[in-house]
Design a protein around this ligand. Sequence first.
Ligand code: PEP
Ligand code: MG
Length: 588
Amino acid sequence: MSIQVFGLPVSRGVAIGRAVLVASSRVDVAHYFIDPADVDHEVSRLRDARNEVAAELVTLKSEVPEEAHAELVALLDVHLMLLHDELLADATKQWIAERHYNAEWAMSAQLEVLARQFDEMEDDYLRERKADIEQVVERVLKALSRQATPSEPGAPGAARDFAGEDPLILVANDIAPADMLQFKRSVFTGFVTDVGGRTSHTAIVARSMDIPAVVGAREASRIVRQDDWIVVDGDAGVIIVNPSPIVLEEYRFRQRQIELERAKLNRLRHTPSVTLDGQAVDLLANIELPSDAAAAIDAGAVGVGLFRSEFLFMNREGQLPDENEQFEAYRAVVLALGGLPVTIRTVDIGADKPLERMSNHELRHEHTLNPALGLRAIRWSLAEPEMFGQQLRAILRASAFGKVRVLVPMVAHLTEVHQIRQALDRAKEELRDKGQPYTEVELGAMIEIPAAALMVSSLLRHFDFVSIGTNDLIQYTLAIDRADEAVSHLYDPWHPAVLRLIEQTIATANAMGRGVSVCGEMAGDPSFTELLLAMGLRSFSMHPAQIASIKQRVLRADARALHGQVGAVLSAEAPEEACASLMKARPH
Ligand code: PEP
Ligand code: MG
């Protein structure tokens, strides 16, 4: 029977495919398709790993001291039995043989199936056996990871040629932004989580992958079963589990239409972005990793407006990138952009992007009650002066290879401004002492705290430009956790208080002749394009995939004519409706 699950739309489009349930704790399991010719090899990898675990368990059993409880021996016997149980062993082989999953993926896929069956058991004793099967699978996964795996393509979830396989959709309870990163360029064509808000960083990474995604779908990972066919409607924020043939046909039709639409928009890639009244508008890219730079260029971005450098600090197994490694990463982006400006944001660690425990640094980053209000972003950098210095030197060194701008997240105090300037001067001095080249870089502040928006004229006496981070500006203005789906209905970019802060920031920066852009998700949302243009914004930074549709709106807008409507929208009780009726873009 077909079931609908509702969540929050995050990334547009429609995905149709088989569900792959991934436990949050197992996102690092490699997910890739094997060559059908390698099925026997993969099955033998699995068999070897199982034999290794069996030997391990038998040895453990023999080493249990006499006086130890018979219980422990009995437990090891249960594990041995589970290891060879056909529900695990044969079914796992089937995932390999029929679906061409790699052994690790097959094993964890079957674990998800079994875990669900255990969860549904009436008997407490049997239900608790789920932990045993998880431990057995954990051992097999470890044994597999010790094997040489010539066919493995590298990163977990890394892409392979999977033409001919059924499309796959990742379904999970929750995935941290850092883990999400591992699924970039992976086998998945859609993405669903139970938790998360529309502008949580997990959602942002999903959007940057340009695959249909729904978050905050509360029950999804419980309702969807491993291998179910599902439809992800990323426009409506709905998941349809086991769709009927008619529904499926309808969605396949929509998929084709979206494809056509995209192909049409793609033709705008190299069209200059100019309004009807001749105003040039810069459309820049937001990127998370150096490898995203290619997508930025492909999409016709005229630069990188936001490089979220903190993603370089994630998935590092306890080692932070040193100055040289950071320099290489920044230089790679600068070179890829071939002279176009690259705005590198200093790390925005904290809140929903915590650093894992590092072994090479004693970091002041412990769990706090209110991480979004705690030692986050520039506060963290200023509390870690050595790390901050390293990052500034790395960015400055990259500036010798192209046009680089430095952007500082979450500025709110003038004292911070002075500390930032001092740190930058110190970094320059250190480079000069070592004879390392750099060029002068512009320094910008993110406006993402209401206090910063209200004092933007003071900030602009010290900064060269500002970039409005609407994701956080909304969160901090409305006191709504951007990652909490329970309050996501109150996370409202159309709230008049938010719009006024944005309008004031743009107007002040323009009046002072300083650069201002928006790099939060609003910049890539076509429903805001006319309003932002009307407010005087001429620089938008967004995921590369959104550039074409924003450009289409820009090309059809008359910015000067729209300007006169801003007051009416800001004072309207329902700004969204007012904007829709007052700011209609003219058809081309
Ligand atoms: C923002 O807050 O709008 C922003 C662009 O930064 P991030 O989403 O990384 O917090
Ligand atoms: Mg932010």
